[in-house]
Design a protein around this ligand. Structure first.
Ligand SMILES: *[C@@H]1O[C@H](CO)[C@@H](O)[C@H](O)[C@H]1NC(C)=O
Length: 424
């Protein structure tokens, strides 16, 4: 838990004493970019980065009409408490709490009235069956939070998990508008109300999360700093704290992946390879495909710890990553002299596995699908496109643009631009 930091406030900035903002050091994207695929033949490379969509895009928010809830505050159980109009925001920000949300788990959101209205229109609020049907906010009984030597608290498997098993699925306790321009103590006042209005159990689990600096005056934000994911609501970045999910520690070869569901407001975690009982379940906090020094630095700066996972200490990691990059370049080369081939794609796949990157196999699977199709083997191409699809869904959810690449190939592989491309 000590290491569960996805985003961070500028508490210790070089400009000591300056007004601290929630935004300064937050990652606006979780830069897990790894590969680009050519998506069509007509010259123009449409570069689609394979990114773990930390920031979840919610273009659908506006589509759903909010039918007002059953109290005088609409979908909220408490009267919204608002700031003045804030210059940087162009609106006021208010604390919106629904303490009966998801059978009494509760949720508090510090945002603009417009965004609150849109959020209240989401299936998570509107459709009482939506969260239960997806088993959200229910103990999956496959994990427990446990103390891990040298790492604080972590998540440990209680039983054998297979590939693709669900580990957790939770809605946030708190969502807060990013870049609000408020002063630290002023923001603390509102976020404190947001947390205090939560039902007792949720409030307690929030307040028991790890914090970084230990200043009681800004405890709520100190916890935010230690435990945040970032997501977009109606195109605006928000910080999100999911108490259970904060327990996952980092590993550069994680055995689980997560994505955020914008309609259910839910953070889902699934295993990307089998996990034994007693084994720790990890997520990755920085791109596992970057070189070791860069990863180390980002984890140090962003998450205040020195990465000691095997891929941070092994000497073989960087040469292997270089090799992988070279192979991806060849597979992405569609000129007549390209050395891209199914064999090369299979080799790339092996290297991903060897590096413990089972959570990122959509990349080599995708290259394999294209490479097989390019030699006219549409059967293998479809097999790998399906695997790429499955992998990307676990990593990025159905909202990722790259899913389209594989759907397109699967629609009719023989009509796909890549078909027999390397035979001509
Ligand atoms: C709170 O959220 C639930 C969904 O879990 C919704 O059914 C309810 O209408 C919301 N608002 C109020 C005031 O309870």
């Amino acid at each position: 838990m000590l290491y569960s930091i996805f985003c961070f406030l500028a508490f210790v900035s070089t400009c000591a004493g300056a007004i601290l903002t929630l935004a300064d050091q937050c990652w606006h994207e979780f830069p897990l970019s790894a590969a680009s695929f050519q998506s069509s033949l007509n010259g123009a490379y449409q570069i689609t980065s394979i990114a773990n969509s930390e920031v979840f895009q919610n273009e659908g928010l506006g589509r759903i009409k909010n039918t007002l809830g059953n109290t005088k505050y609409g979908r909220w159980t408490h009267q919204p408490i608002c700031t003045e109009i804030l210059e940087g925001v162009g609106d006021k920000l208010c604390v919106y709490t629904n303490s009966s949300f998801s059978h009494g788990r509760g949720i508090s959101i510090f945002t603009t009235p417009t965004i609150a209205e849109e959020v209240a229109g989401l299936p998570a609020f509107q459709d009482p069956a939506a969260l239960p049907k997806a088993n959200v906010n229910i103990d999956s009984r496959v994990w427990e939070a446990k103390s891990i030597p040298g790492k604080g608290i972590g998540v440990v498997a209680k039983r054998t998990l297979k590939f693709k098993d669900r580990v957790t699925a939770y809605t946030p306790a708190l969502l807060a508008y990013l870049d609000d321009g408020l002063e630290l103590l002023e923001r603390e006042k509102y976020l404190r109300i947001a947390v205090e209005q939560l039902p007792e159990a949720t409030r307690d689990s929030y307040l028991h999360l790890a914090y970084i600096y230990g200043y009681p005056d800004i405890r709520v934000q100190d916890i935010v700093k230690g435990n945040t994911f970032q997501l977009q609501l109606a195109g605006q970045n928000h910080l999100a704290i999911f108490p259970e999910t904060s327990r996952f520690n980092h590993d550069c070869s994680p055995n689980a992946q997560y994505y955020l569901d914008p309609e259910l407001l839910t953070h889902f975690v699934h295993t990307t390879r089998p996990v034994a009982p007693g084994e720790e379940i990890n997520l990755v906090y920085t791109s596992p495909l970057e070189d070791t020094a860069t990863r180390q630095q980002k984890l140090q700066d962003g998450f205040h710890f020195t990465c000691s996972c095997s891929r941070c200490t092994a000497h073989s990691t960087d040469p292997t990553l270089d090799q992988m990059q070279g192979m991806q370049d060849s597979l992405n080369d569609w000129s007549a002299t390209s050395t891209g081939s199914p064999k090369l794609a299979e080799k790339l796949l092996q290297l991903y596995r060897k590096e413990g990157l089972e959570g990122f196999l959509d990349i080599p699977y995708g290259f394999a699908a294209l490479a097989y199709n390019a030699v006219g083997n549409s059967k293998e191409a479809e097999k790998y496109a399906n695997l790429a699809r499955e992998a990307i869904l676990m990593k990025d959810g159905p909202w990722t643009p790259n899913l389209q690449l594989w759907n397109e190939l699967l629609k009719d592989s023989k009509k796909h631009w890549s078909y027999r491309r390397r035979l001509e």
